[in-house]
Design a protein around this ligand. Structure first.
Ligand code: FES
Length: 110
């Protein structure tokens, strides 16, 4: 099954920032780098801390977990430094009529 969720207006997301959005049962980090958008799972794969509160590296396209410093790719969700070893989920994102939407499939939930 595929679910499409509307998150927030694109214009409300500051450039080079991340915002946590809780919608349905999902906890998402909506990340804007320039005019490009990425949506990943907000919960660090190492422990329950919010990735949206971390620093974004716009050159490396990563977001840092503020708790222990693992850096996650905003593109594929993979951590490139310890202590995290597992990726966070990555979601398909679009802008529809000015609103950011994500498409979540069953595969994403497994
Ligand atoms: S909680 Fe994120 S790296 Fe430890």
């Amino acid at each position: 099954m595929t679910t499409t969720l509307t998150l927030m207006p694109f214009d409300e997301l500051e450039v080079d920032s991340a915002t946590r959005v809780d919608v349905d049962s999902y906890r998402l980090s909506v990340i804007r780098i320039g005019d490009d958008l990425y949506v990943i799972g907000d919960e660090c794969s190492h422990a329950d801390y919010s990735l949206s509160e971390g620093e974004i590296d716009t050159d490396e396209m990563t977001i840092e977990c503020w708790k222990h410093g693992s850096m996650f790719s905003v593109v594929d969700g993979q951590p490139d430094s310890l202590p995290a070893t597992q990726p966070v989920p990555v979601y398909e994102v679009h802008v529809v009529d000015g609103n950011i939407t994500v498409t979540i499939t069953d595969e994403d939930e497994s």
